[in-house]
Design a protein around this ligand. Sequence first.
Ligand SMILES: [Zn+2]
Length: 649
Amino acid sequence: MKAAFEVPKEIDYRTIGLRVGLEIHQQLDTKTKLFCNCPTRIVSEEELKAAPRIVRYLRATKSELGEVDAAAAFEQLRGRTFVYLAPPSACCLVELDEEPPHELNKEALIIALAIAKALNAKIVDEVHVMRKIVIDGSNTTGFQRTAIIAYDGYIDDEEGRVRIATISLEEDAARKIEERDNVVIYSLDRMGIPLIEISTGPDMKTPEQVKRVAERIGLLMRLTGKVKRGIGTIRQDINLSIEGSPKIEIKGVQRLELLPKVVENEVRRLVGLKMIAEELKRRGASEHEVLSQPIVDVTDVLKDCQSKLIQNALKRGARVLAVKLPKFDGLLGVELQPNRRFGTELADYAKQWAGVKGLIHSDELPSYGITEDYVEKLKNVLGVGPLDAFVLIVDEEHRARRALEVVKQRAAMAITGIPRETRAANEDGTTRYMRPQPGAARMYPETDVPPIKIDDAILREVEKLVPPTPEEKLESLIRNYGLSKDLALQLLHSEYLKLFEEIVARHRGLDPRIVASVFTTIAGELKKEGFDISILNDDTFHALFNVVAKYSLGKDVVKELLKMIVRGELRTLNEIEEYIQRSMMSLDEVREIVSSIMDELSNIIAQKRERAFSTIMGKVMARLRGRVDGKIVAQIVREELERRLKSVS
Ligand SMILES: [Zn+2]
């Protein structure tokens, strides 16, 4: 891959003027949804399969100011059909937009206000529900209901105070199940679950600060004990700028650990785009020249080349279209994020706006079976000079043509700098182009829901829910459950804190330290071994700890049980209990096995004496793991070893 220069990997965030704001969305754990009486639960796959389907189309409408919203128009251009699955146990006529919304859910309001208080925010006198236009079909109404409930708060961080601009209560969007061709399938079970949205000021200055602040806000929310946990229950959006760049929005970071990486990668992209703009100016590139380039059909030039990609496409009736990008040589290959080059940015636009699969650019050629000879032929036909680049698209002609028009436009933008974009976070912490940023005219009042006055009765309820500070909570975990400071700290930061307290309260006779370590260290160890306990629900944990309490099981056994549960080998309380009854060994059986293994190891015992302990333990546990607690085995081995050593001497 050819590249005119490299974007520095080490960036001094202070000198480039980084400013980051966060928008944190967290599902609240209420009994019912925000505007109806449906429960706030995600249905099983079987139920989803059997759910009725409703088909809708989306049309861009003029806002009250008379202009069509740019982002809405963009979605319509893509001409998609939306299918909604409506599982009857988790949605009603309100989600289908066939019945007006009910009153705003008071329980949700009170939880959100308690979180607002923990964030030092000022509470509004009256809550007014608004409609915010959504353009991706994720709501059957075409808008999302949202209400500001507090504003002007702050949290303190070691790198400075971060303002909390607004706190809103809103309905969650429908859950995307599948997207193919021009059809998007959503499930309505998630739609309407109450979300709190916390928007900070653009006050964070380093990736590490972003992580700390998000962590602190997440912790304060969890300390109310009234928020949901698990994948998809919390989502973070980032807005970010550096000096001389517009504000970039990045949607949908689901994992907290990813936040600093996304910020680092996005900053590198912006720095790289600034360098590309400077280089283009130095080379004398002009927007007009780029935009006026003709799109050339080069199918004949390539019709005999050995490229499989091209030959296969030609068989399907596709054409190869090309455009020259004057003064762009070596710039399409510049890496802006790991494995994402400026060429990838052009490809993102072409994919999103024209629906092509991708593009081929001159900095990556020769490649794809297109040899140097053919590259030279293409350069001749397109009139490509030493400083110029070109882009090829292989697709149906009308689509390829539209894609190249978009490529020209995106390339022209690079000369003036950085376009204002909404981007999506990828799983690896890079970002990709999603759509243009929506215009300002996106909110209007929801007349179906009456305003709610925040009176003293509500405020008294809120006061009861305001969470303790993290420091107070840590103290009480140590005091009430006898946890070590380290374990208490891990538990405090884990999303299982609330479940831990419920389990210890419900199942008498449990050692809180074992429960706490299951949710912290053991969960971590299991994750490393490829077992993710976050897929398990609260009921499963209750079933497990019910058995743990009844049979006084130790950590080792619990760990083995968890593996079997994650693998789907044990599912219900009965299955777990039967397994334990079947497989737990009596102490006599354990002694027998220990004794026979020690017979086998008698030479080693004679040689190493007390130091043979770990060898014996290793052998015994290899045989008994999951059937008896390691602590008990160790005790038996120690006794037996002592007895044998005494009898020889
Ligand atoms: Zn409903």
